[in-house]
Design a protein around this ligand. Structure first.
Ligand code: NAI
Length: 421
């Protein structure tokens, strides 16, 4: 059998020894990549003995690529991710200079990785600013290709800026621009297709894993045709394509209006008891508060690009910070997926052995789950939990933990490997 993962009829076909392209990354990338691969390999061996193995294939990007090839993102790197479908990367420094795009954005756009997926769970012993971190189990699906992040912006005073302003005022009859002469403009495209594919991925994830709810987070009260439409398209999708598996808050309201509160409550209870996923929505600002006060009320979160950016960092901080926050950028329609630590290159600690490899290790566990290698992924979570319970940590967590033992990046990986049972 070939060593290449394939995607046929919506299914990943994973050989026992798949080739996994990886980008080492800049700054702390080298240290955390080395550490995380050792942990992942050890958990695969613990789970499957000699029968399964990941074949790591280094591909170049970032500073290392520039030094060796003269390009920050050689074509071969993009081709490798296209060929092998599933890969992992360390953080990449955004090169400074005109005309150079963020390398992360280049990867996401080329492979149309429309869902940025981040699981938020707490490991026992990790310092948290909230009272019941053990109740946090959230899964963020952030739309990755649209919204105000699409990069359509016009600076005030430029030809484009003036042209755009004049078009709005003269052609579109817009009279609400407070200071037209000195305004810059940004455009926020939010499409039905883009919203549906993201929300569909979130619902399918909840259904497959037996999770209780999907919360659509939006500012539709203010931005009716973009964020409000996102919410409505989400409800429409749930009530048509997932009618059997879901019950929506909109349906609840409808029943309440027609038949009264009691009937609506009964319908909701029946849906919950029969294992249906409850689809609800919350306004973004309320969600930022809600997620701190009642994290257990939210399971899967489907949201737009900008909201998702803020929400991801807040939720990560609730369970220990960016040193242990994994992530993935996925296209569930083509199968392409790149797993990555959510933090940057941490130049202030690069080469010192202080970096926490946790986020890349957990990104590796997400990769294993994506391949269907759940047993190995469970080993990762279990061994991390044991390591934190023994209060053996890297410098980012050490200062916040009483009675902890300080380990280097590499020693932390060794400790996790020792804790694989
Ligand atoms: P950063 O995430 O690199 O660092 C922020 C702070 O967190 C620093 O104090 C750093 O020491 C600490 N930190 C980050 N990761 C850590 C880890 N694993 N263990 C312990 N401490 C850790 O963010 P910053 O400084 O804004 O960005 C540095 C570079 O990284 C920039 O060039 C930026 O463009 C790039 N970047 C790349 C990302 C990616 O490749 N996905 C994401 C974010 C930033």
């Amino acid at each position: 059998m070939s060593n290449t993962i394939q995607f046929i009829n919506g299914q990943l076909i994973v050989p026992d020894q798949p080739v996994i392209p990886f980008i080492e990354g800049d700054g702390i990338g080298k240290e955390i990549t080395e550490a995380s691969q050792r942990v992942i390999d050890a958990t695969v061996t613990a789970a499957y003995g000699d029968t399964k193995k990941l074949i790591w294939k280094e591909v170049l990007a970032g500073q290392k690529a520039f030094e060796l090839t003269g390009s920050y993102m050689p074509d071969e790197t993009l081709e490798a991710f296209q060929q092998y479908l599933v890969g992992i990367k360390g953080p990449l420094e955004t090169p400074v200079g005109e005309g150079i795009r963020s390398l992360n954005v280049a990867l996401r756009q080329t492979l149309d990785l429309y869902a940025c997926m981040r699981p938020i769970r707490w490991f026992k012993g990790v310092p948290s600013p909230i009272r019941y971190p053990e109740l946090v189990d959230m899964h963020i699906f952030r739309e990755n290709t649209e919204d105000i992040y699409a990069g359509i912006e016009f600076m005030t005073g430029t030809n484009e800026g003036n042209k755009f302003r004049d078009f709005l005022i003269n052609e579109m009859g817009v009279d609400k621009i407070r200071f037209p002469e000195s305004s810059s403009f940004g455009v926020k495209p939010v499409s039905k297709e883009g919203s549906e594919r993201l929300i569909k991925a979130a619902i399918q994830y909840a259904v497959k894993r037996g999770l209780p709810s999907v919360t659509i987070v939006h500012k539709g009260n203010i931005m009716k045709f973009t964020e409000g439409a996102f919410k409505n398209w989400g409800y429409d999708l749930a009530e048509t394509e997932f009618a059997e598996q879901t019950f929506t808050w909109r349906q609840y309201k409808e029943i309440e209006k027609k038949e009264g509160k009691k009937s609506a409550k009964t319908a909701l209870e029946t849906a919950k008891n029969s294992g249906k996923v409850i689809i609800k929505d919350v306004i973004t600002d309320a969600f930022l508060q809600e997620s701190l006060l009642h994290p257990f009320d939210h399971s899967v979160i489907a949201t737009l690009n900008l909201n998702g950016d803020y929400i991801s960092d807040q939720l990560a901080a609730m369970v220990g910070g960016i040193g242990i926050s994994p992530g993935a950028n996925i296209n569930y329609i083509s199968g392409y997926a790149i797993f990555e630590a959510t933090h940057g290159t941490a130049p202030n600690i690069a080469g010192t052995g202080k970096a926490n490899p946790g986020s890349l290790i957990l990104s590796g566990a997400m990769l294993l789950e994506y391949l269907g290698w759940y047993k190995a992924a469970e080993h990762v979570y279990d061994a991390m939990e044991h390591t934190f319970a023994k209060r053996k940590v890297t410098s980012d967590l050490f200062s916040m933990m009483e009675g902890a033992t300080l380990l280097s990046t590499s020693d932390f990986a060794d400790e996790i490997i020792r804790n694989i049972h």
